[in-house]
Design a binder for this molecule. Structure first.
Ligand code: SF4
Length: 336
């Protein structure tokens, strides 16, 4: 049976990606017998959709599980439970061969592209690596495609012969994008792609990503630890806290009306470019809790400025308070 027949499930045609109740726990081994003594709940029942051609920003502090969501979605690390549909195909039900074929459509750009480039290879060869692995084209066709994607990301033909150490951070990120783009993907996981770059370079890379998206109709999941980075590229934004999505909304609605106290705190940390305007910064008490032993009830309750006694007991579920705007907080009406 063909892959798409075997694993296709009913899906809303607009939703290119559907992540349903995704869970990723890591076992903690202990004792002489190295038995499982606890679980790190890195991703704990996360659901969202991404429409075709859309960018979903996935934001949260380090350790919140956002990168694990991305890597689990692509099958790069095994999931614990839940499902991920790409164009109606459940990626977790594919055989290894089917997954390999599917991966051509699903690419990733890492925060540090240098680590994924072989220092001994000219970057033209690194960019063509995916084509070689999938046995796409002959040498001449691969060469032509390398030249084409180099130009698309704003590099020159001669760069193909240069080695990774000869490039700046921004150029290396362009190479990372070229490596993904050459596979003609439908979806790219952008895993903190500009976090290591200077602000001036960040906007250049973001502009390239936006241009490529409109030219090729790409769908993006843009993972970042900072709301400011995703503001100009996302259509919708999901905010994660200790393994859970706590708020998800269109970019406009999220930036205008944050309904979750955690999102409000993240927003208050974004500097306003006008020095005459000041934003009142919310400094959260305490540290981000460990996903090994997350707080009971609402995971945010030990740090929440408006927590009530029931917040430590009852877990708030995501619910829609404004059209298309979901929040997991018992008291979000206060801000609606
Ligand atoms: Fe704060 Fe309670 Fe809302 Fe959690 S549920 S964010 S602790 S008010």
């Amino acid at each position: 049976m063909h892959m798409s027949e075997q694993n296709t499930m009913n899906t809303h045609p607009e939703d290119f990606i559907e992540v349903k109740n995704l869970v990723k726990y890591y076992p903690v081994l202990g004792g002489v017998m190295r038995r499982v003594i606890a679980w790190v709940k890195a991703v704990d029942d996360v659901s969202f959709t991404i429409k075709r051609g859309e960018t979903l920003g996935l934001v949260g502090e380090s350790g919140c599980g956002k990168t694990t969501v991305g890597h689990t979605m692509l099958g790069l690390i095994p999931h614990t439970s839940g499902s991920v549909l790409f164009d109606g195909v459940d990626i977790f039900k594919l055989s290894p061969d089917e997954l390999k074929t599917m991966r051509r459509n699903l690419q990733i750009v890492f925060q540090d592209p240098y680590s994924s480039l072989d220092p001994r290879l000219p970057i033209g060869e690194s960019i063509a690596e995916g084509l070689r692995i999938h046995k796409i084209g002959d040498n001449q066709e691969r060469f032509n495609q390398v030249m084409e994607v180099l130009r698309k990301v704003g590099l020159e033909d001669y760069h193909a012969m240069r080695y990774p150490h000869e490039f700046s951070g921004g150029q290396r990120q362009r190479i990372g994008i070229a490596r993904a783009l050459i596979m003609k993907p439908k979806f790219i996981l952008l895993d903190e792609p500009v976090s290591a770059l200077d602000v001036s370079i960040q906007s250049q890379v973001l502009n390239i990503l936006r241009d490529l998206q409109s030219e090729f109709g790409l769908t993006y999941l843009f993972v970042a630890h900072n709301l400011a980075v995703v503001e100009h590229i996302s259509d919708r934004v999901a905010v994660m806290y200790v393994g859970k999505v706590v708020e998800i909304a269109s970019r406009e609605d999220l930036f205008d009306h944050q309904l979750h106290p955690y999102t409000q705190a993240l927003m208050s940390a974004i500097p306003i470019p006008n020095p005459r305007l000041k934003r009142e910064r919310t400094i959260l008490a305490g540290d981000v809790p460990s996903p090994l032993n997350p707080p009971s009830g609402c995971r945010f309750h030990p740090r929440c400025p408006i927590a009530q006694p029931n917040c430590a007991v009852d877990e708030p579920l995501l619910r829609e308070l404004r059209p298309g705007h979901q929040v997991a907080c018992h008291y979000a009406e206060k801000f609606a």
